[in-house]
Design a protein around this ligand. Structure first.
Ligand code: 13P
Length: 252
């Protein structure tokens, strides 16, 4: 089964609406033919609408960086899946390590958010990954399994078919320290194995992205590993030429 690669740009807390619009206008001509890889952009909430306008009529997907699990209500500061879908999002990132580290995200809130995403027709991009401390203590496997069981344990196989996972080792995020293709490949195989046990045949359709200091010069080696189906890109997605080069590596 061949899965079409997906490359997603997580802009985190960067770019105002006008900066985002200017960036997308610069990026589009560099991306070339669509078809061999899916491309998704995840701007901060205030820039979603400006980016959606420019992306309309293209094959490029739009993603939120988070969502709340209720569709509406008295929840000051929160953004719902219903709102994301209404501005044109087809995807939403859930359980990013920065949400887990700084904003109290747990496996339980991940599970609720995944349900809210599907309920609103959004494809969740669910992140999992171990910290340096956990890796050095030999706890990589149990950390990943706990995150998968906790966040996705109650998902139906039918919904899981469209799921996207992202393996993001915390020690590789924003540090310039990328996981070697071997280390990433091992984690991706472990995740694929869990998916097969949990969702059987549907597991083969689920894309597992690698995230953590992906750059134009290491993207090709990472994407050539069989269980790595693309990337979730932070820093290198903020510059049009480097993001376009990473998308080109995924198409190659
Ligand atoms: P960097 O590519 O900046 O390491 O960030 C990875 C990431 O967190 C993407 O979600």
């Amino acid at each position: 089964m061949s899965r079409r690669p997906l490359v997603a740009a997580n802009w985190k807390m960067y770019k105002t609406p006008s900066e985002a619009a200017e960036f997308v206008r610069e990026l589009l001509p560099l991306l070339g033919e669509s078809g061999r890889a899916d491309v998704v952009l995840a701007p901060p909430f205030p820039a979603l609408e400006a980016v959606a306008r420019i992306l309309s009529g293209t094959q490029i997907g739009l993603s939120g960086q988070d969502l709340y699990w209720e569709d509406e209500g008295a929840f000051t500061g929160q953004v719902s899946g219903r709102m994301l879908a209404a501005v044109g999002c087809g995807y939403v990132i859930i359980g990013h390590s920065e949400r887990r580290q700084f904003f109290g995200e747990t496996d339980e809130t991940v599970a609720r958010k995944v349900d809210a995403a599907y309920r609103n027709g959004l494809t969740p991009i669910v992140c999992a990954g171990e910290t340096l401390e956990q890796r050095e203590a030999g706890e990589t496997e149990c950390t990943l399994l706990r995150q998968l069981n906790g966040g996705l344990g109650s998902l139906s196989a039918d919904r899981a078919r469209t799921l996207v996972l992202a393996y993001e080792p915390v020690w590789a995020i924003g540090t310039g320290r990328t996981a070697t293709p071997e280390i990433a490949g091992e984690a991706h195989a472990l995740i694929r194995n869990w998916l097969s046990r949990r969702f059987e045949g549907a597991a083969e359709e689920i894309r597992i992205l690698y995230g953590g200091s992906v750059k134009p010069d290491n993207a090709r080696a990472l994407f050539s590993i069989p269980d790595i189906d693309g990337g979730l890109i932070g820093g290198a997605s903020l510059k049009a030429d480097s993001f376009a080069a990473i998308v080109a590596a995924a198409k190659a």
